[in-house]
Design a protein around this ligand. Sequence first.
Ligand SMILES: *[C@@H]1O[C@H](CO)[C@@H](O)[C@H](O)[C@H]1NC(C)=O
Ligand SMILES: *[C@@H]1O[C@H](CO)[C@@H](O)[C@H](O)[C@H]1NC(C)=O
Ligand SMILES: *[C@@H]1O[C@H](CO)[C@@H](O)[C@H](O)[C@H]1NC(C)=O
Ligand SMILES: CC(=O)N[C@H]1CO[C@H](CO)[C@@H](O)[C@@H]1O
Length: 474
Amino acid sequence: MISLKHIKLLQLSFLCLLTFTLLLHTTLSYIPFTAVVVRLLSTHLHLSVFLSICILLSIFYGLKTRPNPVFLLNYACYKPPPHRKCSYDVAESFVRRNQHFTQQTLEFMRNIYLKSGLGDETYAPPFIFGEDSTPTLKCAIQEAQEGIFSSIDALLSKTLIDPLSIDIVIVTSGSFSPSPSLSSLIVNRYNLKPDVKTYNLSGMGCSSGVLSIDFAARVLRSSRKVQNALVVITESITLNWYCGDNRSMLVTNCIFRVGCAAAMLTNNPSRRRVAKMELLDTLRTHHGADDRSYRAAFQEEDKKGYTGVALTKDLIRVAGVNLSEHITILAPRVLPLSQLVYYAYSVVMAAVTRGESKPAMPDFTTAFEHMCVHTGGKAVIQQVARVLRLSDEVTEPARMSLNRFGNTSCSLVFYELAYFEAKKRVKKGDKMWMIAFGTGFKVGSLVWKWLQNSAQEFDNPWNDCIQNYPLNAW
Ligand SMILES: *[C@@H]1O[C@H](CO)[C@@H](O)[C@H](O)[C@H]1NC(C)=O
Ligand SMILES: *[C@@H]1O[C@H](CO)[C@@H](O)[C@H](O)[C@H]1NC(C)=O
Ligand SMILES: *[C@@H]1O[C@H](CO)[C@@H](O)[C@H](O)[C@H]1NC(C)=O
Ligand SMILES: CC(=O)N[C@H]1CO[C@H](CO)[C@@H](O)[C@@H]1O
């Protein structure tokens, strides 16, 4: 079957051929190009008619096959109640009560915690404060529901979207997948219409927030109908609590914290005026073919049979190397011409000198006014800043989000987004880069353009504390 793509290709080659023939004709006969065109068209009526039809058709198909724009109407981040705050003392007394740790292990945990970049105001899951403090499925569902419902409620009230006009629901949760799925939970709670398309993505790691926005955008771009997509990015850490004493696995207990975000995307062009941002570009790279990347963060049982996620020492190096790979693909798409020329030159020089001179890292601050770097941990932020040569100001939102909310897994980039808004740092027309890393090993990028100036909304999770930030602790 001949598709639109083929027709466009045919038209393009026809036009090229025509131009080429005319150019050849002019150069051979020394008559100006335009004169030849005018003479040709005036003497050959059918040719000029054919040509105009071709041009009209090209414009028509071009418009028709142009992918829909994708807008972020709004987003909301969950902020747990104040009594769920988890200072180091709370975490330690919990551990003391429940596990029979040696003094050494406790000291190890304290060290990790002090170096992690987390502050004293992050939020722990409900079971930590419960009577019997065992991580049950019930507690896990409670944790997930609190986050999901509160962020969707806020989102619906801000966007004034009727739940019945939601066409697509994408729920992503790093590791928690109950049955029926979390997406069914949402359909049930908000009485969504029967032809809603739901997708629940689980086990895709920390980058799944970026990944599910990319997924929603792909569905919206290819759809011929105007649609609204609800993306919910959550994690339930209750069942991920590690109860053993293997050090590589204890790290996650120290930095995992509660968080959830919901976002509404649409391909409706008439919502451009009210939308917050337009999604310009997305990129996902997967580095799992390499064994070290694949095993950098790995869920398994320790010798005593307790399940946990082991973070290897390789993690930070893998993040650095694979980020550089990711950037070589992203750079040509987003950099301004001057940076691109500079970058291309350094790549060519590196090839000519056989690696003696390393390709220079392009300056991404020339392409983006703002960056949201996924903040899995302090070491990850430092590594990203080193690879991309970012100053402390650029990584400030990442560091402050880690301090205030901890590693909330995939939703953290949205807490950073809220930080920008609370600080009133974004202006209409600014470009923003969101980048996240995840187990696998995956790197994901989203490129946004702001359609509004930043506004501090009633539910911004930073509302009550923004005046205390930035801290200059690290
Ligand atoms: C802890 O887990 C890691 C990764 O699975 C393993 O290599 C290491 O031997 C374990 N250490 C102990 C003390 O069990
Ligand atoms: C990812 O990182 C690993 C470990 O440093 C490296 O061996 C591998 O080649 C990288 N893969 C890609 C596709 O960049
Ligand atoms: C942050 O949390 C995610 C899962 O929630 C985990 O996969 C990741 O390794 C953590 N990041 C760091 C640096 O520990
Ligand atoms: C892809 C994926 O994670 N699918 C999950 C959807 O939800 C059901 C029920 O919770 C799980 O069994 C699937 O694994």
